[in-house]
Design a protein around this ligand. Sequence first.
Ligand SMILES: Cc1cc2nc3c(=O)[nH]c(=O)nc-3n(C[C@H](O)[C@H](O)[C@H](O)COP(=O)(O)OP(=O)(O)OC[C@H]3O[C@@H](n4cnc5c(N)ncnc54)[C@H](O)[C@@H]3O)c2cc1C
Length: 508
Amino acid sequence: MSLVVNFSLAYSRILVISFYQFGGYTMQMPTPDAKVLSRKAGIVARLQEVLPRDAVISDEMETRAYECDALTAYKCPPLAVVLPSSTEEVAAVLRVCHNMGVPVVPRGSGTSLAGGALPTADCVLLGVARMNDVLETDYENRFIRVQTGRTNLSVTGAVESDGFFYAPDPSSQLACAIAGNIAMNSGGAHCLKYGVTTNNLMGVTMVQMDGTILQIGGKHLDAGGYDLLGLICGSEGQLGVVTEATLRILPKPEGARPVLMGFDANEVAGACVADIIKAGVLPVAIEFMDRPCIEATEAFAKAGYPMCEALLIVEVEGSPAEIDEQLALILEITRRHNPVELREAKDADEAGRIWLGRKSAFGAMGQINDYMCLDGTIPVSELPYVLRRIGEMSKEYGLDVANVFHAGDGNMHPLILFDANKEGDLELCEAFGADILRLCVEVGGCLTGEHGVGIEKRDLMVDQFAPADLEAQMAVKDVFDPAWLLNPAKVFPLAASESRRSVALAAE
Ligand SMILES: Cc1cc2nc3c(=O)[nH]c(=O)nc-3n(C[C@H](O)[C@H](O)[C@H](O)COP(=O)(O)OP(=O)(O)OC[C@H]3O[C@@H](n4cnc5c(N)ncnc54)[C@H](O)[C@@H]3O)c2cc1C
């Protein structure tokens, strides 16, 4: 089963309903600036002066192609779309928008599940898809420099014939761009060992809203001064438009071997994960699937998974001797939890089948119902408790949940199933989702693991952060984007960002 099929199926079924069908839907967007709307022709004319003609889209029908990302419950065509090809063109666009007071929404491939790239009606959507060149490859110093519109998978594609790879591997890696990966600090199944984007990012070129071009980090390990690179990675398009990235590449490991483990309860699988992590052994991945997910996946991908309550896929890598040593310890720990299945891959074919079900999981779930994919992080030791509470809450809300996630990192992805055609189901699903995310915070975790805040979680930020913490984060945006024109209505509670924007407007 190809990732293309899995990805496109998953993509088409995640919240496949239109915002406009749900007047009662609670998420608010700011009122578009009437002055900007009335100046559309002039704004488009200025953009056409600084970009090639085919790089500016202003026809209403054509802008609809950019009206949403993968959180398709929300849709809004932008005022115009620009598709620059270089850092200089991005800077020119931002200068125009800055001078004319026009908001800008940066976009990579539009796969955000948090509504991070959702346009507003008065914005210019700046897509970096045409910026996909490899600019430099240096194997001796193990880095690659790319334009950020390049897709995640094609970064590895550019170096794999020379025995290298780029480690962060979001399930959407066939489609998502390095731009979005940096903005969301994306992760994936193999990030337990290799870390997420921030751990593999060495430098960026970023254009500020006023068109200033900044070089942050570079080909070296660390830089003097503030860690601005750490600040930019995960900043969700709030601080600038990232146009180029220097990424760490790694030599491919000698070998890897996954083991499939079955358990008779979610909590037991959760406890097994906690014990593996506690033992100090570092698998490259620990992935978790519960029964609803196993059943859907088997029907879809026929990977030969056992029908049990919970599955783990644990993969280790290295030389054959290193693999044997790590697996011996992991299997010893696992046996203490009385697994109902233990299947160690004997060859590449069997390894492929073990991963097949996991990689098909999102697509498989999309075949049974609409679903909302959540993303929260918890301390690994809390897995058994949180899984039990999610099960109880599922009964209270009357909505089914399937769990498939990066268990080694404690990065949960509960998929709440609902019926988009049933009145009130979406709202119920949202309320349930918010409660699960609050539970993550309650046990010492975080509202987001790898999908970002976007519009989806911005109003829950007050559950995670004290007013002073939020104020400090907003003060950082004040420095980089004093007029609050970049990626409006995301990340911060709407009332807070709107009042910041009003103050900036009044000061102009
Ligand atoms: C089926 C499916 C599976 C997924 N699996 C994973 C997964 O395993 N792990 C994971 O982490 N995520 C996953 N995601 C979520 C998503 O793919 C990631 O968040 C991804 O990094 C988004 O990249 P993008 O290029 O599509 O960004 P977009 O959706 O276009 O934008 C995302 C954010 O980045 C900002 N942005 C875009 N370009 C720039 C730029 N040049 N400069 C500054 N800011 C910018 C946008 O404004 C927005 O806030 C999945 C999504 C889907 C649909």
